[in-house]
Design a protein around this ligand. Structure first.
Ligand SMILES: C[S@@+](CC[C@H](N)C(=O)[O-])C[C@H]1O[C@@H](n2cnc3c(N)ncnc32)[C@H](O)[C@@H]1O
Length: 382
């Protein structure tokens, strides 16, 4: 039996503490001055989730779980934020803290961090925001913000270091299945937009070759210009990507499969299978059952539509609607791209045994999307 996601999602600590909604560009707290363009709040890693699974509790044969490890991921290490923070000496930290003290509002935010990982995160983000040169030099983080006409999921003070939250999410997920980041020689951000996550991973793991691709040509052009050392390229709506077979150790995709129509999603899974070496990993996020609850709770979808989506998930394992319409997503028009929800059962049925669906963390991304760790299997034994 597969692990059922819990339907009600508790609010994360930082989200509760923070002044703005998570991940929404343009939200600005009143307390931080000088008033930034937007203080996009990224929630802290979530509290540990129950390790014991239904299978373990019921004593059921784990073979029935197929390849999906029926356990929650241990997602709390904030591995990337920590790695970057630990490049700073006590003196460096004190110098950044002094800058924060001198910026009205910034210190209050920093001092209110609810835990150590949030404090590291805020020191990096707010320190980049106030322009600490030593911080940028020691961590290799880049202080750039896309203009308003360039796509980015987050902007403002808490996004000034890039997508620390997402970088942690990806690496914590990989570490929790035993992956070794030192073995990542080549990695791809599939659907990178303007590179908010890639710039953090490039800073953290500079020896790897990092690629980023997206059909949004303006975002890719901007990222290519301001983020040297990362190989960006524009991709088409459908495969192939201009990369060699088995050339990647890692691919990741934040909020990409949550938008593909199921058939297009499968085609792209197949392309990732081609690109990854045997044993390579794909970390991706999807809307699942917990997202149905999330959108209903937050009033983004009516209860009637939420019921329709939940019914479709139980009946056929997926729901899709081309919700971007004729305008497309920031001008990227594709009727096979809109909003999709899928169940783990559907995903397993489609991907196994060519993929090992290694682990799944319900609602791990922004208290909403599920996170999967997939591995291209080494060889099929028939
Ligand atoms: C919700 S945004 C997420 C962006 C980025 N992953 C992040 O977290 O900042 C979805 C992205 O998918 C991109 N996209 C749309 N169609 C795509 C495709 N066929 N292949 C790759 N990316 C695509 C969009 O242009 C957009 O940048």
């Amino acid at each position: 039996m597969l692990n059922r996601p819990r339907l009600r999602a508790p609010i994360t600590r930082l989200a509760r503490w923070a002044l703005t909604a998570t991940g929404e560009p343009g939200a600005t707290p009143e307390s931080l001055e000088p008033r930034p363009e937007g203080l996009a709040v990224e929630p802290s890693p979530e509290p540990p989730l129950d390790a014991a699974t239904e299978d373990e509790q019921s004593g059921q044969d784990p073979e029935f779980a197929r390849e999906l490890r029926p356990a929650y991921l241990a997602c709390e290490s904030a591995a990337v934020t920590r790695l970057l923070y630990e490049r700073l000496s006590d003196k460096d930290v004190a110098a950044v803290e002094q800058l924060l003290r001198e910026t009205p509002g910034a210190w209050d935010h920093y001092a209110a961090a609810p835990d150590e990982a949030s404090r590291w995160h805020l020191l990096l983000a707010l320190g980049m925001w106030v322009g600490s040169e030593s911080l940028a030099k020691k961590t290799r983080l880049v202080r750039v913000e896309p203009p308003d006409d360039v796509h980015s999921m987050t902007r403002g003070a808490l996004a000034a270091a890039g997508g620390l939250y997402e970088a942690d999410l990806i690496v914590d997920a990989l570490l929790s299945v035993g992956a070794d980041m030192s073995e990542v020689k080549a990695g791809l951000d599939f659907g990178s937009s303007s590179g908010r996550v890639l710039r953090v991973l490039h800073a953290a793991y500079p020896r790897a070759t990092w690629y980023g691709c997206d059909p949004n040509a303006r975002a890719i052009a901007w990222a290519s210009e301001v983020l040297p050392g990362i190989e960006f390229f524009v991709n088409d709506d459908a495969p192939p990507l201009p990369l060699q077979d088995e050339s990647l150790d890692l691919a990741y995709a934040i909020s990409i499969w949550s938008h593909f129509a199921p058939d297009l999603g499968l085609v792209w899974f197949e392309e990732m299978h081609r690109l990854l070496r045997p044993g390579g990993y794909l970390v991706c996020t999807t809307h699942g059952l917990t997202s149905v609850a999330y959108y209903a709770e937050h009033g983004h979808r009516t209860l009637e539509q939420s019921q329709e989506i939940a019914d479709a998930l139980y009946r056929q394992g997926w729901w899709y609607a081309p919700e971007f319409g004729d305008e497309g997503d920031w001008g990227v028009v594709n009727p096979e791209r809109g909003t999709s929800f899928i169940t783990p059962e559907w995903l397993l049925a489609q991907l196994c045994p060519r993929w090992r669906v290694f682990a799944k963390a319900p609602r791990r991304n922004q208290d909403n999307q599920d996170v999967y760790v997939l591995q291209r299997v080494y060889a099929l034994v028939v």
